[in-house]
Design a binder for this molecule. Structure first.
Ligand SMILES: *Cc1c(COP(=O)(O)O)cnc(C)c1O
Length: 411
């Protein structure tokens, strides 16, 4: 593929989002008035950037030389034999620099910030993966970097806090509310309003107000651009299923995008079923959510009759959020993307199964896709192909996985 086509410059096949950032009734721009101008400026700057071959080239070069693209499409032969059904292929986003797909988006947005003359970057982080990718890219470009993180998450993810600080980022703990991701996003938005002239906000998933869901999707589109060529080279045909875990939805939409107008390819998003679909015990927005507005957009949200956001739970911090990206809500309504969930217990089984059969330790987030993908493969025929997007590696998760399985790692 040519470097100039990495980010779509036009969308001949899809009319979403429209000019107001709407995916059908989902998405949009639900922000305080003070953020309207910065968001519209950002949309205009992005529109220009993606038409500029030099920007496309910088993005392609950074993805190759810094992030480590292309990532492999790996035939999981041992896992396939174990399951005794369809062939399982893994798209290896876990091999990227900083350990997950998140770096694709951070590279794109950092290049955009440089173009806009912004010298200061802010970002929110839950488990610390997006914060770590942002800190790394900011170090590379000499950008000042401030990461907002809930105080509870800082305690749970002390290692990532250290990594971010080592790379020169300032990590600011947020003490409000549940002291987790939702509060960190609020703080980042407050900072952006105050410092917007010199600051760009690198949002970490395909969520929020326009243009973020579209822009983040475009930066991750490379996943399916590569996987489509790779599976054609390996099997001479498209996969029967593509499976990805869904937090905000960025690795999923990136790995689905190039198959959206291939009706024979089933696209399956896997949410976090936690301890089961009971209020406060999970983060499966499509299993228990309703239409509402949270942090910039209209989408499916876990909330009560009064519109109060419900507590969520997942063994994986990266999927533990009360709302889902608006493009997923749109394609679900149109029947193009199906959604399932995996419970904590199923996730931990997937985590162990892939480790034992292939010697690949997946992130707990990705383990949800592994768990559901293995079910599909086991029920499939030998001629079928199930492609699982392995969004990240599990090194960061060994402590919490061990604890969840009743073992304490002592150093
Ligand atoms: C952050 C993260 C996710 C969830 O985010 P999406 O935007 O839904 O992709 C999934 N997997 C890994 C490894 C992550 O770090």
């Amino acid at each position: 593929m040519s470097a100039s086509s990495l980010i779509p410059t036009t969308e001949p096949r899809f009319s979403v989002p429209d000019r107001r950032g709407r995916f059908g009734k989902f998405g949009g721009l639900y922000v305080p008035e003070t953020l309207m101008t910065p968001l519209l400026d950002l949309a205009a700057a992005y529109e220009q950037a993606r038409k500029d071959p030099q920007f496309q080239r910088q993005f392609a070069d950074m993805l190759r030389d810094y992030a480590g693209r292309p990532t492999g499409l790996y035939f999981a032969e041992s896992l396939t034999r174990h399951l005794g059904g369809a062939k399982v292929y893994l798209k290896r986003e876990d091999m990227l620099h900083t350990g997950a797909h998140k770096i694709n988006n951070v590279v794109g947005q950092a290049l955009l910030a440089l173009r806009m003359g912004k010298k200061r970057i802010i970002a929110e982080t839950g488990a610390g993966q997006h914060g770590t990718a942002t800190a790394a890219v900011c170090a590379r470009f000499g950008l000042k970097c401030v990461i907002y993180m809930g105080a509870t998450d800082m305690e749970r993810q002390a290692l990532n806090v250290y990594r971010m600080r080592l790379m020169g980022a300032e990590v600011r703990g947020v003490e409000a509310g549940q002291r987790t991701l939702k509060e960190a996003v609020n703080e980042a938005m407050r900072d952006w309003v105050t410092n917007v002239r010199e600051t760009h906000y690198i949002l970490g998933t395909a969520y929020g107000a326009h243009p973020y869901p579209m822009m983040v999707r475009d930066f991750h589109r490379i996943i399916s651009l590569e996987s489509r060529q790779q599976i054609m080279a390996a099997e001479g045909r498209l996969p029967g299923h593509v499976v990805a875990c869904v937090g905000g939805g960025s690795n999923a939409i990136g790995s689905f995008f190039e198959y959206l107008d291939e009706p024979a390819v089933k696209l399956v998003g896997v949410e976090a079923g936690g301890r089961g679909i009971r209020r406060g015990e999970h983060a499966a927005r499509f299993a228990g959510g309703r239409l509402g507005v949270l942090q910039g957009c209209m989408t499916s949200i876990l909330m009560d009759d009064e519109g109060q956001i419900e507590g969520t739970h997942s063994v994986s911090a990266g999927l533990d959020y009360a709302a889902v990206g608006p493009e997923h809500a749109y394609y679900r309504e149109r029947g193009r993307i199906e959604f399932a969930y995996a419970t904590d217990a199923e996730c931990l089984e997937g985590f162990q199964l892939l480790s034992r059969t292939e010697g690949i330790i997946p992130a707990l987030e990705s383990s949800h896709a592994v768990a559901h993908g293995c079910k599909l493969a086991a029920a499939g025929r030998p001629g079928d192909v199930v492609m699982i997007n392995l969004s990240g590696r599990g090194d960061k998760d060994v402590w919490s996985a061990a604890r969840a399985m009743g073992e304490e790692i002592r150093l």
